[in-house]
Design a binder for this molecule. Sequence first.
Ligand code: S3P
Length: 449
Amino acid sequence: MSGHGAPIPMTSHPCGALTGTAEVPGDKSISHRALILGAMAVGETHITGLLEGQDVLDTAAAMRAFGADVRQIGPGEWRVHGVGVGGFGEPDQVIDFGNSGTGARLVMGCMASSPITVTFTGDASLRSRPMARITDPIALFGAQSFGRTGGRLPMTIIGAANPVPVRYTVPMPSAQVKSAVLLAGLNAPGQTVVIEKEATRDHTERMLAGFGADISVEATYEGRVITLTGQPELKPQSVAVPRDPSSAAFPVCAALIVEGSDITVPGVSQNTTRNGIYTTLLEMGADIAFENEREEGGEPVADLRVKFSSLKGVEVPPERAASMIDEYPVLSVVASFATGKTVMRGVKELRVKESDRIDAMARGLQACGVTIEEDQDMLTVHGQGPGGVRGGATCATHLDHRIAMSFLLLGMAAKTPVSIDDCGPVATSFPVFEPLMADLGARLERDVK
Ligand code: S3P
């Protein structure tokens, strides 16, 4: 969906202790990949726990436009009848990815080695994001791209009729780019090799192996070397999507900063390519117990028992950035209630997310009375101590769900309410955020004029 309705301003009022259980929805990264690989398998894939946020629904619509039969059969339960690797048909309409960089970039990859022409667009946020990081590597397979200046959407891609396999070193830490190249490699004959210097989330590699592709990962002096043999017949799977650790971070962080809180967040993934936020929170002195550690849907998970904590500022090392890249906005809120400063380095990728997240957080936190330092690749938050943040401002969210949810958390623990200009984008990744947080005790109010 391109754009969304009129902005919905929301105010988060300071609240009492948060208590209860927060069952967060399915993982967004895994949900996109389950639909895409299901569409590229021969036969019927069954998915449970799918995140039904707008981003994932847009990927489902794209797979339908390419010829796959994609249906919801119950809440979170979906069936995908795939067309096989190389079986995509040409959509007869523009593919609109709304707010979703992951959906757009992964799907650009998976169509790049098929002889079809596809035009992509998205909302104002997605239309401003760099796509050369995808069009450069897919050109090596033989795909041609015609976008706006700076490689932005709208963009038309003509997939390669005779794709060749590639060897590609991903220039920035990006699971989207790695995954796009691997998905393009699926329909190229021979071996496609992707090298990443820093490990990023590994859901694509895990799921490709699960769907029967011949894929291997080797740790070398160059980094992680991933080798995929093209043109496999992917076998349909049953995919149980685990809960999203990035969404779980919101109730977890809310409980840490709202005095007296004690909550449980069950089934949170502890995949080491995703759990950097939990490592950081523990270093800050967070009271988080990891209970019932087990495996669910092929991922290590635990139930998190989280209590309000007196936190201290920390230095977050740059090499941890990839494993918590989506959690810096909420970490900067937590850091505002810590004692001492929190320094986050190696975070320049935050500038090209749904918004420039360094800038968006710095502006909003400053407006709420928090002292911030920033440069191109770093954000420092000077903590005001437990309950010490003034609040009392309206923060701009720039069509960014994680910025919106982060400032709503700030309001829960600040001295005065915090408002945001638009809570609409929250539905892209966490459609039940509002009722889930309200059940725990948050006081969120839509501002109706
Ligand atoms: C994602 C990768 C990350 C992350 C995004 C989801 C994925 O983006 O920020 O929310 O599912 O592959 P980058 O690849 O741009 O780091």
